[in-house]
Design a protein around this ligand. Structure first.
Ligand code: FES
Length: 224
């Protein structure tokens, strides 16, 4: 190892420095990416199952940033219209406007799938639909929430990803979706809310997407 290091220093100091300091990667602005299935076919909003126990995720805006795609429903599995909502950030009292759900019933939403407390992901962090076993939150058993079993943070997917119970003091960042009513297709256009956990900016700290689509994948059923 000593011999290899010495040879490298003599013959290639500059390349080694470049290797140790990888180029800064990221984006200069939010891309617009179409949501597609694993075969590249467009996701149709009206065909997304309501209250699905399956966890559907897509990466946005960078390739290492997973988000949940959820068609929210009530106890009868009817889609629930998610209105525009003002969301408060408990950490500093600031507020922002969540634009509401999209799709034919305004019930389709997308949130970061990285817990804003300490970064836990699926399966620890997931949606608890009505009619499935409830999350055990600090407010008691609850459904219709996104709950993190790592330390008990609970978020309101019907209310812009707002914090219901800590220890998180940041809501779940939201992906602003656009729905094309003529084609029923969905697009991710930007993020709102706090910066995605552990990133200094939503646009840096990972690899930019290639192309103009992002694939929605079924990462599993936490109730099975
Ligand atoms: S990482 Fe989710 S509650 Fe701590």
């Amino acid at each position: 190892m000593v011999f290899l290091g010495g040879a490298a220093l003599v013959g290639g100091a500059v390349p080694i420095v470049k290797y140790l300091e990888p180029p800064v990667v990221g984006l200069s602005s939010f891309p617009t990416l179409q949501l597609v299935d694993k075969n590249g076919n467009p996701i149709k909003a009206s065909q997304l199952p309501v209250n699905s126990p399956q966890a559907f995720q897509f990466s946005y805006p960078l390739t290492n940033e997973p988000n949940f795609l959820i068609n929210l429903g009530d106890e009868n599995n009817q889609p629930v219209q998610v209105p525009q909502t003002e969301v408060t950030v408990p950490a500093d009292g600031s507020k922002y406007v969540f634009p509401g759900g999209v799709g034919p019933n305004k019930s389709v939403v997308a949130y970061s799938a990285i817990c804003q407390h300490l970064g836990c992901k699926y399966p620890e962090l997931h949606f608890y639909p009505p009619n499935y076993p409830p999350a055990q939150t600090f407010n008691g058993p609850m459904t219709k929430v996104i709950h993190c079993s790592c330390h008990g943070s609970t978020y309101d997917p019907y209310g812009g990803g707002a914090v219901i119970t800590g220890p998180t003091v940041h809501p779940l960042p939201s992906v602003v979706l656009q729905w094309d009513s003529s084609s029923d297709e969905l697009y991710a256009t930007r993020m709102i809310g706090p910066v995605i956990y552990s990133h200094s900016s939503d646009l840096t700290g990972g690899n930019p997407p290639t192309g103009t689509v992002t694939q929605v994948v079924d990462v599993g059923n936490p109730f099975s």
